[in-house]
Design a protein around this ligand. Structure first.
Ligand SMILES: Cc1cc2nc3c(=O)[nH]c(=O)nc-3n(C[C@H](O)[C@H](O)[C@H](O)COP(=O)(O)OP(=O)(O)OC[C@H]3O[C@@H](n4cnc5c(N)ncnc54)[C@H](O)[C@@H]3O)c2cc1C
Length: 433
């Protein structure tokens, strides 16, 4: 029997350590370590501390010395992204090169930085910290900067602020909570950390967020939600992370041909005493929406009728706002909508569009052709959508799939709000109990 092939997806601390441990423990099969960064596996903690301050050399970050992988016969495919894993065919698809067949596959894709979806976030000089390259750039830019703004005062923001300040840079932190590390330490310990930063000359603005970044080409100032303006030459964003699960199960599919379609508005309503679930089968997995029949009789009837006619089968999620919503049900996939009849239900008072809530466009005020078929699945704790979306229901199963799809438009991976991989609704099925 040929030796087993183990493919490790993600060549950072977990992936690199797993591959090295397999070899160290005597596994003599083929090991392929695939990572989309250009560097061999390394540890990130020094990137906000010693390495950022210029006190540690790159070599000290490495999980194993540069030449270890070759000498131990571990194949490394760096700068290579896994675009899909097909567990049935036991194959990983890559951005470059032939697919690789595996006996076992370890997914160690970790997390990626949560983008800050405000105007100007794409300006030069607005950066995130995750990789060695990010850190090198921040260090070089900070050395030239008069003033750096750090957005977010969790672990990364607090450490970056402290490290940059200790190298003599002026730093202002903008944080939406009332103190430093509020979510993990609470107000008392967070307050202690805040006072240490203050003693070292870090300026902090709490209970305020970023409204936008401004500058011509490069960032020149931050405008906060309270309307304050902070002049700066560099912004480092540290507002949390999202799981990097997009490779884990989205089977590649061709984009369906978008065809204009019209449907008549349904005449009958659903039975409020029954439970209606719609399973949305996609190439990234399935999720189930339980329809809010009592509170949204017209909307749920529209959606169920369209599901029954196979309207959604072969449409795509055409717009994805990371950490916010995924939007599907527009047959041409260009945002102009489907059948053209409007859903008129008003959401119940106090409705919040929170994680897993499904809303449907839109009220009768919408021009024909723009409402009635598009639906939104919220991926954020609170998407703060205006109350002109009808409540369709809630995701009761497969929230992990919703989150996975929601990350595919991530600007951190080159996305622009259009999914970086085609996410097709293969079929939507209605069950009644
Ligand atoms: C600046 C900084 C400071 C930190 N400080 C600390 C600290 O002091 N203490 C602490 O406990 N933790 C700290 N952390 C967190 C710690 O680094 C992480 O917990 C750790 O890196 C997790 O390792 P991982 O290998 O699981 O995932 P990650 O480090 O996220 O690595 C995942 C890798 O997979 C790659 N990848 C993702 N998707 C694909 C794909 N489809 N194809 C190919 N490759 C892919 C990514 O590019 C990445 O290289 C810090 C993190 C940062 C960024």
């Amino acid at each position: 029997m040929p030796p087993e092939t183990v493919v490790v997806v993600g060549a950072s601390l977990a992936g690199g350590t797993a591959a090295a441990t397999l070899r160290d423990a005597g596994f003599d099969g083929r090991i392929v370590l695939i990572g989309d960064e250009p560097d061999l596996p390394y540890q990130r903690p020094p990137l906000s501390k010693t390495y950022l301050r210029g006190e540690a050399a790159r070599e000290t970050l490495l999980v194993r010395p540069d030449d270890w992988w070759d000498t131990q016969g571990v194949e490394t495919r760096l700068g290579t992204r896994v675009t899909a894993i097909d567990p049935t065919a036991r194959t990983v698809m890559l951005t470059a090169g032939e697919p690789i067949v595996f006996d076992r596959c370890l997914i160690a894709t970790g997390v990626r930085n949560r983008p800050l979806g405000v105007p100007g976030a794409d300006l030069e000089g607005v950066v995130h910290l995750r990789t060695i390259a990010d850190c090198d750039r921040i260090r070089a830019d900070a050395a030239q900067a008069g003033h750096v703004v750090v957005v977010g005062m969790g672990f990364i923001g607090a450490e970056v602020a402290a490290s940059l300040r200790s190298t003599g840079v002026d730093v202002t932190v903008v944080e939406i909570f009332q103190t430093a590390l509020f979510k993990v330490l609470g107000p008392r310990l967070g307050g202690v950390l805040e006072s240490i930063h203050r003693d070292h000359g870090v300026t902090m603005r709490f209970n305020d967020g970023v409204a936008r970044f401004e500058g011509s080409g490069r960032v020149e100032r931050v405008v906060t939600r309270d309307g304050d303006v902070i002049e700066c030459d560099l912004v480092v964003i540290g507002v949390g992370t999202l799981p990097a699960t997009d490779a884990a199960g989205c089977v590649p599919v061709p984009r369906p041909d978008g065809k204009e379609r019209t449907e008549k508005k349904p005449t009958s309503k659903l039975d409020p005493n029954k439970t209606y679930d719609v399973v949305i089968h996609t190439n990234c997995g399935d999720f189930t929406v339980r329809l809010a029949v009592k509170t949204a009789p017209n909307t749920t009837a529209s959606f169920a009728s369209l599901v029954g006619k196979g309207f959604y089968d072969g449409t795509v999620f055409h717009r994805i706002v990371p950490g916010f919503v995924i939007q599907g049900g527009d047959p041409t996939g260009n945002g102009t909508g489907g059948p053209g009849y409007a859903t008129v239900d008003k959401p119940p008072p106090g409705t919040r569009y929170t994680h897993g809530v499904v809303a449907m466009a839109k009220t009768a005020a919408e021009p024909p052709g723009t409402g009635g078929s598009q639906f939104f699945v919220v991926t954020a704790p609170d998407a703060q959508l205006p109350p002109d979306y009808a409540l369709l229901g809630k995701t009761v199963k497969g929230l992990d799939v919703v989150d996975k799809i929601g990350q595919l438009g991530d600007p951190a991976t080159g996305g622009t709000g259009t999914p970086t991989e085609t996410v097709a609704i293969q079929k939507a099925t209605l069950t009644v109990h």
